[in-house]
Design a protein around this ligand. Structure first.
Ligand code: ADP
Ligand code: TYD
Length: 218
């Protein structure tokens, strides 16, 4: 199963991706935890190009190409091989981030993101957890981290608010794969909700694949 975790900057995605991976491993699942942009040597190089430097370093169109190039390398080397081996992949951000961060900048860009995705990537997640937080709280969390990767955070609270609305609209557009979790609560409360949603989805998928009971430790 290919599971992605999405949300605005500082919403708690990386924290939840890590906790979810640990809990699923304790249940006996074979989990690959990864992230975008990044996840391979080449894609991590592209990551430093897109997350650091001036806000206007790249146009939205160039960003779409760079994020998709990084995704293609990640897909070829990590995601597709892991799924082919039957592993569960948990990925911190994927194409929905491009749909929102780049695709919302101009009315024509969402179509460009989708067209390039169809051409070069094709894979959609089986399940997407949207960690939804108040944009001001998320931005505060993100900016109190010590990091050079602040290119998108410098867009400010108004941009984070637009992106939050974009993610919520995307959750309505793809109701079959999105689950929205309130991320403003404490880390463990959020983790409990994320874990129960994902384990339910994993169990349902196992049954729909024709197995009588999930192959996990109880
Ligand atoms: P993201 O990957 O969405 O940018 P992180 O998981 O890196 O977010 O979290 C950003 C910061 O907020 C980190 O310092 C993290 O410890 C903290 N954090 C994460 N989840 C919560 C939460 N539910 N409540 C308070 N702080 C949190
Ligand atoms: P990430 O490290 O997940 O950011 P954060 O921890 O602040 O949530 O991702 C780095 C930045 O890359 C983030 O600000 C969002 C941006 N991004 C895009 O603009 N488009 C994309 O397709 C992806 C995957 C990320």
């Amino acid at each position: 199963m290919f599971i992605t975790i999405e949300g605005t900057d500082g919403s708690g995605k990386s924290t939840q991706a890590h906790l979810l991976s640990e809990r699923l491993r304790q249940d006996g699942h074979d989990v690959v935890q990864t992230r975008e942009p990044g996840g391979t040597t080449g894609a991590e190089l592209i990551r430093s190009l897109v997350t650091q430097g001036d806000v206007d370093r790249w146009s939205a169109e160039t960003e779409i190409l760079l994020f998709t190039a990084a995704r293609r390398d990640h897909l070829e080397r990590v995601i597709d091989p892991a799924l082919a081996r039957g592993q569960t992949v948990i990925c911190d951000r994927f194409v929905d981030s491009t749909r929102i961060y780049q695709g919302c900048k101009h009315p024509d860009l969402r179509q460009l993101v989708d067209s390039l995705h169809e051409l070069m990537i094709q894979r959609e997640p089986d399940l997407t957890i949207l960690v939804d937080v108040d944009p001001a709280a998320g931005l505060h969390r993100a900016l109190t981290r010590e990091s050079q990767e602040t290119r998108f955070e410098t867009l400010g609270e108004a941009a984070q608010t637009t992106m939050r609305s974009g993610f919520l609209a995307l959750a309505s557009e793809f109701p079959n794969r999105f689950i929205t979790i309130n991320g403003t609560r404490n880390i463990n409360a959020v983790c409990d909700d994320v874990y129960s949603s994902v384990s339910h989805a994993l169990a349902m998928r196992h049954i729909s694949c024709g197995h009588s009971k999930p192959n996990v430790k109880r």
